[in-house]
Ligand binder design. Structure first.
Ligand code: M6R
Length: 612
C-alpha cells in the first residue's frame, strides 16, 4: 500500500524523507519519490523500484530544502514507472502532490482538464489533483488552502495527500478521506506520515487527521480546518509505543521478532483487564451497557484475512459460552450484500491496522442498519476504532511484518475475554467457570514461551519440506481456523500453494490431491475431536501423504502415526488456537527463508489494505 512521509522544519528534509519512507517499506511498494521546496522552488526526484535506487539518484543529483514530501507507491492506476511515481506536479512544476487512495472519478476530470489545456505526464489517477489545484490557484486571490478545498470537493474516492507549492512556499498541506494520515509534532519540526512506526524515531506526539479535514503545517504550528473552511480544534495524543519495538531488535526479520513477541503481547493485552478472584473483566473504551449486553440476540464478526480467521474462532467461542447465534462475514461481502442486522445485533469488526477499507465499509453498513458496532483493533485511534461505537484494543504493539502473527494471537485473546465478559453479564456460564477460564488464559504466555523454545526443531522440519509446492492444513473445531491461518501464512510469505480445510471435509475432495509429495499439516491436539482427527491422519497415510502433526505434549497416538510432530503444552480447547498457531507461524517463516523469499514484504502484498 502507498505510504506518505513529509517533513517541515529547520533541517534538510531529504534525510528525514528517505528514513521515513524506508520505515514505510513494509507496507509494500513498487516506486518511490520525493519533492522539496528550496528557495521557493520545487525540486523532485522519483523512480520505479526500491528506495535505495532513489537514494542513489539523490546522491548523484542532490536536492535541498527544509520542506519536503515523500511517497512510496503501490500501483493501482498505471503501471509502476518513473512517470507514474509520486510526487505529481502541475503543468509548470510549481506544485507537487503525493497521494494514497483512489480517485474514482479521475477519468472524467482528466478529460475535462485536458480539454482546458492541461498536460498530463502520467497515467495515474493522482495527477488530476495537481492539475485541479493548479486550475483553482489561477483564480485571483485564491490561497493554496482554498484551491485544495475546492479540489477535494470535486473528487470522489479516497485520499490522503500532502501538497507543497511555490506560491506559498512555507507550508505543507495535508488532508485525508478514507486513507490514514497523521501529523507528528516536535519543537520547530513537523512530520506527516501514513503510520505511527515511521514517525516514532522523531516524535511520539501526534495528531490524527480525520476524514474531510485539512491541515496546514508551517514550521511553527498546525491548523486544521474542515472542507468548508471551518476551524477544527485538534488535541495531540502521546503514543506509548517504544521506538525500539518498531525496529528489528536483532532478529533477521520483523516477522520472526513479532512471533517471539507474542508472550509479551498477550501479557500486555490481558494486563489490568482481569482478576481471577472476583472474575473481574473490564474494557476501557467498550461503551457497552449492561442492557445492551443482555438484549443482543445475534453476533456478527466481520474482518479480512487473518483477522477474519480470528473471527472464526470467535464464532465457536461465542456460541459455546455466550450461547448467542454467531456468524463470521468477510467484510467485503458483508458491506455490499444488504445484510440483515438490527439494533439487537452486535457487529464485531476485527482489524490489526484499523484502516482496512473493506472493514471500514462493513462498519458503515452495520451502523446504517442500526447495529451496535464494537471493534477489536491494534492501532489506537485508527479509523476503525473511531468509526465503531466501542473499541477493545489489542496491545500487540506495532506489527511491521506483512504476515500477521502477534496481532492474531492478541485478537484471539480479546475475543476469548470478551466472550467471558458477555457470558458473565448474561449468566450463560457459572462464575466459577469464568474464573477458571481467566486462570487458563493467564497461563498462556508461559506456555507460548515453551513453544518458542522449539524453534530449531521447527526449522529442521521446515528444511525437510521446503521444496514442496503444495501443502494441506487440516483441523477440526477451533483447529479449523488455525488450519486456515497456517495455510494463509505459508502461501503469503513462501508462495507455496496451501489450503486449509476442516479435517472431515478432506474426503469430500481434497483427498484426491494426496500423494507422497503432499505434506499435510494436521492439528491433532487432545480434546473432543482427537479420535476423529486420528482417523483423518490414517486416511492421509493410507494414500502415501506426509503428515506433520501439531500434538499436545505427552501425546502418543498421533505422534506414532505422523512423520513429524511438534508438541505444544496442553491447554483447554477454548485456548488451543492461541498456542497451536505458533508452530505454524514458525513453519511458514522457515519455509519462506529456505525458499529465499522476502519474508517481511511478500510480493504483491501490502500490510494495510486501504483500498477496496
Ligand atoms: O489490518 P487488518 O487486520 O484489517 O488486515 C486484514 C488483512 O489484510 C490481513 O490480516 C492480511 O490477511 C495479512 N497479510 C495476513 O497475514
Amino acid at each position: 500500500m502507498c505510504g506518505i512521509f513529509a517533513y517541515i522544519g529547520t533541517k534538510e528534509a531529504i534525510p528525514f524523507l528517505l528514513e521515513g519512507l524506508k520505515k514505510l517499506e513494509y507496507r509494500g511498494y513498487d516506486s518511490a519519490g520525493v519533492a522539496t521546496l528550496d528557495n521557493g522552488r520545487i525540486f523532485s526526484s522519483k523512480h520505479a523500484g526500491k528506495i535505495v535506487e532513489l537514494e542513489t539518484e539523490l546522491q548523484k543529483r542532490p536536492i535541498g530544502g527544509k520542506i519536503g514530501i515523500g511517497h512510496t507507491r503501490w500501483a493501482t492506476h498505471g503501471r509502476p514507472s518513473d512517470e507514474n511515481s509520486h510526487p505529481h506536479c502541475d503543468c509548470k512544476g510549481e506544485l507537487a502532490v503525493v497521494h494514497n487512495g483512489i480517485i474514482e472519478n479521475y477519468l472524467q476530470i482528466r478529460r475535462d482538464l485536458a480539454e482546458e489545456g492541461h498536460h498530463f505526464a502520467s497515467t495515474t489517477d493522482t495527477e488530476v489533483l495537481a492539475h485541479l489545484i493548479e486550475k483553482f490557484l489561477k483564480k485571483r486571490g485564491t490561497s493554496l488552502e482554498e484551491a485544495i478545498r475546492s479540489t477535494l470537493k470535486i473528487i470522489e474516492g479516497s485520499y490522503a495527500i500532502a501538497v507543497i507549492a511555490q506560491k506559498e512556499p512555507n507550508k505543507i498541506i495535508a488532508a485525508r478521506k478514507g486513507s490514514p494520515l497523521i501529523i507528528g509534532l516536535k519543537e520547530g519540526e513537523f512530520f506527516v506520515s501514513s503510520d505511527i512506526p515511521a514517525m516514532l524515531k522523531y516524535t511520539s506526539q501526534i495528531i490524527y487527521l480525520n476524514d474531510l479535514e485539512i491541515a496546514t503545517i508551517t514550521g511553527y504550528d498546525v491548523k486544521v480546518q474542515s472542507l468548508k473552511g471551518d476551524k477544527i480544534k485538534k488535541e495531540s495524543v502521546l503514543i506509548s509505543w517504544d521506538p525500539e519495538s518498531a525496529e528489528k531488535g536483532g532478529y533477521s526479520h520483523f516477522m520472526l521478532k513479532e512471533i517471539h513477541e507474542q508472550p509479551k503481547a498477550i501479557r500486555d493485552t490481558i494486563a489490568g483487564r482481569v482478576k481471577i478472584e472476583s472474575s473481574f473483566i473490564h474494557f476501557d473504551e467498550l461503551n457497552f451497557t449492561e442492557e445492551e449486553a443482555r438484549k443482543i440476540n445475534r453476533i456478527v464478526f466481520t474482518a479480512c484475512g487473518t483477522s477474519w480467521h480470528a473471527g472464526l474462532v470467535g464464532e465457536y467461542l461465542m456460541e459455546q459460552y455466550v450461547k448467542i447465534p454467531t456468524e463470521v462475514e468477510y467484510a467485503a461481502e458483508f458491506r455490499y450484500r444488504h445484510p440483515i442486522v438490527d439494533e439487537n445485533t452486535l457487529v464485531i469488526a476485527i482489524s490489526q491496522s484499523g484502516e482496512t477499507a473493506d472493514t471500514v465499509g462493513a462498519i458503515w453498513e452495520a451502523k446504517a442498519q442500526g447495529a451496535k458496532v464494537i471493534s477489536i483493533c491494534n492501532v489506537v485511534g485508527s479509523t476503525i476504532a473511531r468509526e465503531s461505537h466501542g473499541v477493545i484494543y489489542t496491545y500487540a504493539g506495532p506489527e511491521i511484518g506483512v504476515a500477521s502473527t502477534k496481532a492474531f494471537t492478541t485478537q484471539l485473546t480479546i475475543i476469548y475475554l470478551f466472550a467471558l465478559y458477555l457470558a458473565k453479564k448474561r449468566k450463560s456460564i457459572p462464575i466459577s467457570e469464568v474464573k477458571k477460564m481467566i486462570g487458563d488464559l493467564i497461563e498462556i504466555p508461559d506456555k507460548m514461551e515453551r513453544i518458542l523454545l522449539k524453534e530449531k526443531e521447527i526449522e529442521k522440519i521446515a528444511k525437510k519440506y521446503y521444496k514442496s509446492n503444495n501443502a494441506l492444513f487440516l483441523g477440526r473445531g477451533k483447529g479449523f481456523p488455525v488450519a486456515l491461518e497456517g495455510a494463509l501464512k505459508l502461501k503469503e510469505i513462501s508462495y507455496v500453494h496451501a489450503e486449509g480445510y476442516p479435517a472431515a471435509e478432506m474426503k469430500h475432495g481434497p483427498i484426491a490431491l494426496i500423494d507422497k509429495n503432499m505434506p499435510v499439516i494436521v492439528l491433532a491436539l487432545q480434546g473432543r475431536r482427537y479420535e476423529k482427527v486420528l482417523g483423518n491422519i490414517e486416511e492421509v497415510k493410507a494414500r502415501g501423504g506426509m503428515v506433520i502433526s501439531i500434538v499436545s505434549e505427552g501425546d502418543k497416538d498421533a505422534t506414532e502415526k505422523a512423520d513429524d510432530i511438534i508438541a505444544v503444552p496442553s491447554t483447554t480447547e477454548a485456548l488451543s488456537s492461541i498456542l497451536s498457531v505458533i508452530p505454524l507461524q514458525l513453519f511458514a517463516y522457515y519455509i519462506a527463508v529456505k525458499r529465499g523469499c522476502h519474508v517481511d514484504q511478500p510480493r504483491n502484498l501490502a500490510k494495510s489494505v486501504t483500498v477496496e
